[in-house]
Design a binder for this molecule. Sequence first.
Ligand code: C2E
Ligand code: MG
Ligand code: MG
Length: 683
Amino acid sequence: MNALAPDKPGGKGTDSLLRMVADSVPALIAYYEPKNLRCVFANKSYAEANGWTVDSIIGKTVREAIGEAAWRVIEPQVERVLKGEKVEYIRPLTLPNGEERVVEVHLIPHFDEQAQMLGAFVLITDITRHQLAERSIRDSEERMRKFAAATNEGIFFHKNGILTDVNEALLAITGYAREEMIGHSTLEFVAPQWRQTAADYMREGGEYPYEAEVAHKKGHNITVELVGKTVLLNGETHRLGALRDITARKHAEARIQYLAHHDMLTGLPNRAYLTERLTTILALARRHGTLVAIMFIDLDNFKTINDSLGHHVGDALLKQVAARIKEVLREADMVSRLGGDEFLVILADFAAPEDAAKVAEKLLQVISAPIALEGRELCANASIGISVFPRDGDNADDLIRHADAAMYSAKDHGRGHSRFYTAGLSDEGAETLARESRLREALQRGEFVLFYQPQLSVGDLRLVGIEALVRWRHPERGLIDPSEFIEFAETRGLIDEIGHYVLREACRQNKAWQAAGHAALPISVNVSAVQFRRGDLVAGVKRVLEDTGLEGRYLELELTESLLMDTEIVGTALAGLRALGVKITIDDFGTGYSSLAYLKRYPIDKLKIDRSFIDDLGTDADDRAIAVAIINLAKTLKLTALAEGVERPEQLEFLRVHGCDEFQGYLAGNPVAAEEFSAFSRS
Ligand code: C2E
Ligand code: MG
Ligand code: MG
């Protein structure tokens, strides 16, 4: 007992040694006498764990020492130990600082030789850490099991290449039953051509993903992605493998590869792929000393068709054109779609540039043959630019660029043709592009404005109409006349937007004038043939009239004669306009090919005698005759005759004598901005 008594100052050496040992072990130690269950010894940890010091705990009963709550928990155990039993149990312990621990408690009875109980040892060890570790292992095994069951990944364990466990997913992927796999070599389930790879991977203990094929029970192979890992199971190293079926991903990859190289709509190779192939083709041609031609094909009127008939018609047209181009080409040639309405052809097998020109001719021919789409016949005309290797460049980029420049040049020199590249063309193309983008910018910035010119009656000089004429208010150059940009806008597909702006603005302005109390007059708007050939002019006009609130009879459209030859489209369009109450004027009459038959057939209201005839009325007998003839023709057909460009009183006098109805020109008034025109029309 002495040995276990608390260390006292000046105590025996063995006592203090024991005390030191007891205080250093990572356990709580105490000794209680059996009669009253009073504490005889406690090490520092035990005393402090119960909120005492080693001195103050001595003589306390268990109940006092550990507190009422703990006592209730351990009382039955104490009874067992007092009966002489060795007791061992695990219980939670809350430290005085509130920390929750799990402890393992040993209660050991102490007997003398006569089996008389002398006391009881209490030995408590903190097993919180072990418990947590144990639980985490249990949890992770559980998680692993759940994961293996839940995942679509095939999971297997093997020891030295012999399968020890597999999950359901692996069975599903391979088509085998569990008992057909366990105990077998992993390699049996690998497709033969992949066995070496798999074996090498296992041998080196690889832990990175790799692709291989698994042999399905039914004989086919399945592409999988595999990853291995060396794991410790019950002290032994095993290999864990996880694999996933990537057939779908493989398909997707192939598809993406295809998409990256092809144009979705036509299925033709795209620019990226073509450039790649062209580089190879050029390398071959260089080696064999042969020629390669690059043809840049651009449809002339695609935008019009696309905008007027809708994208689905445009798309269908592109597909047809693609098919037609392919028909003309030979095996060694290649065609790709660069986007929009641009195609690029590589001719790899020909003897002289003239042969390429012949192919281009053929292409123009097949492309321009009428295409039946949705019950109507469409004509897609194309322009082709050609560059030839090695003459016009020795790399893909230069050759494509030069073919492009040649194509622009072909367009500028009257569409529907092919042109070879010649040095200097590139600059021309660049200039065209710059001009075009400047014009688009002008549209966006609202730099286009309308000027208005009065139309008067010849008889009593009353204001009878207004012509709207577009101007470009250039920030640096000032006002620019339409002659500088209308034709260009027509060839570059910009006229639609400009024309649409003009139509809307003219109607809006006319309505505003009416609302402000001016006399209600028709406003004349010039419509380009390009605009007119679009199928949706009538719908566009209708919408503008609705939006602006202008009545149809206060709008006149000025067309040129040549347009009337375009039979069918024009017929329906004119009828549609007539139905809206809109009037039709033939502008610059006498300068184009006109046919009296057309004048009779279509609902036309007015003929504008071209300025050139009026100019020389005083001097040129022919012009006088023509002017008179047109006035009479108009009378016969019950149309209004209007003379343009009247500058001098004697011209007006001539017109009066010959019965011309209306006139327009500097004599009556220049085209002026809207505000100025309001002032004019009031006076
Ligand atoms: P146009 O429709 O025949 O227009 C008449 C042109 O003659 C106008 O030139 C006008 O300013 C000019 N002019 C009027 N009176 C006289 C005169 O007494 N003497 C002379 N020498 N000239 C006179 P502008 O405005 O330069 O228009 C030129 C052409 O541009 C127009 O010819 C028309 O074909 C076209 N244009 C004008 N505005 C538009 C438009 O909004 N859309 C389209 N598509 N074309 C337009
Ligand atoms: Mg006009
Ligand atoms: Mg005119």
